[in-house]
Write a protein that binds this ligand. Sequence first.
Ligand code: GLN
Length: 545
Amino acid sequence: MSKKKETKYIFVTGGVLSSLGKGIASASIATLLKKAGLKVSILKADPYINVDPGTMSPFEHGEVFVTDDGAETDLDLGHYERFLDENLSQNNNFTTGKVYSSVIEKERKGEYLGKTIQVIPHIVNEIVERIKKAGEGNDVLIVEIGGTVGDIEGLPFLEAIRAMRVELGRFDTINVHLTLVPYIKAAGELKTKPTQHSVGELRRIGISPDMIICRSEMPLNRELKDKIASSCGVEKRCVIESPDSRSIYKIPLLFLQQDVLTPISEMLNLGELKVDMSEWDSLVKRVIAPTNSVKIAFVGKYLDLKESYKSLTEALIHAGANLDTRVEIKWCDSERIHEDNVEEHLKNIDGILVAGGFGSRGVEGKMEAIKYARINNIPYLGICLGMQLAMIEFAKNILKIEDANSAEFNVDTKNPIIYLIDEFIDNSGKKQIRTRKSPLGGTMRLGGYNCNIKKDSLLSKAYGGAKTVRERHRHRYEANPKYREQFEQKGLIVSGESDGLIEAIELKNHPFFIGVQFHPEFTSRLTNPNPIIVSFIDAALKNIR
Ligand code: GLN
């Protein structure tokens, strides 16, 4: 009988405050381990109560990242995929809400045989089971615990990792704790006290860190690192610094320079780990100091919240690194763009991008920008809502359908260029019914779908002649095939389809005007950029006048 592969666990916790970059630190360690030849996966365990981030406002939570299997997940999963170049799944992210829902469901079914259901053991066991499930088949699973040590809702998660450490013992788990080492300007000093307090808090729960990663805006000298090591009870070589960097993709390289893999490998008994980061290194050089540069107008709302477009801005960086080009983004608030000032906003721009979005706010301005790109032969990429609006603009101004609209903005529109279909097959093969009256709640088309590409189209060129590609969706509305013939007669053709659904459109007689119903940014990785986004940036480069 073959022995089941033992998974090693690296638990990553955070202290002092949030937004220190735990996700990037976790993804960086994962990347180094993968490059060393190990099978690595990552899990984000989020202590908040929402069942998933799907319904959370971008003001609350930044972007909702969509996995290939259609889960709406935390934006950190996006970082993991972009670093690791692996598809993750719904098993790679769970929240307190998910944990409680399944425990309550089991309780209702009588699976606990009438026992009193408690946080310890039932909730904690459920968390442990989910962690183990995500670890199955991997050499190493990195488990990032969301939030900060000391948060009330984080306690069951920390108890779960404490219990796993006891159960699995030495060589199978380590804890990496990320903290802030603030620089106090007035004193001209870096301060270690918050780190000591945070480790003290972790200890109180029964977890001693094995490695401490220190975020700081200044380099840490040896003396300071040694002080952290002795006061927090970790080995000196296990105090790693994570300074502010010009690119998040530089972090794995900075960790490697500090020889982070040696103690990890020794503590987890992983054997000698050799990594080749030369390809990564040269991409990072081209992210930081590329030869060329292009200016892309990003026309949208929520521009004060760039985090909600994280995957897209990262995808632009990936495409840029690939083309040795800096992609400079000019953020254009669509609510301020009107017919009489569109030129002012968009002159000297090499490409125009309208990204996904919900609701009617700002759509007029977006359509002005699209019209400007169409008429002036400026490369245009419309993503999801950006494709839908390109079709509405064309219907209004070229097909002369004056009241052309989306059912999202006017349910009773006489000309729903974009409409709500009644039913569709989701990516697990289940039939989903959506009704006009209740378009909300679990009725979005989510996750990866195959798209068949029209031969000799711009899209086909972008994908290097591929006949079928797989891209991810997150939307409710669809382009209405009723108008297809009219569009095609006037030069706006359908270049991507799946099961009769219109997935991509493009303009004939335009250097680059593509709209896609899916989100190409979700599949873009530093070492494997999305082809449409690369060809959009390439077209923008060629357009430099
Ligand atoms: N609001 C549109 C829809 O639901 C587009 C969504 C999006 O851009 N992600 O279909």
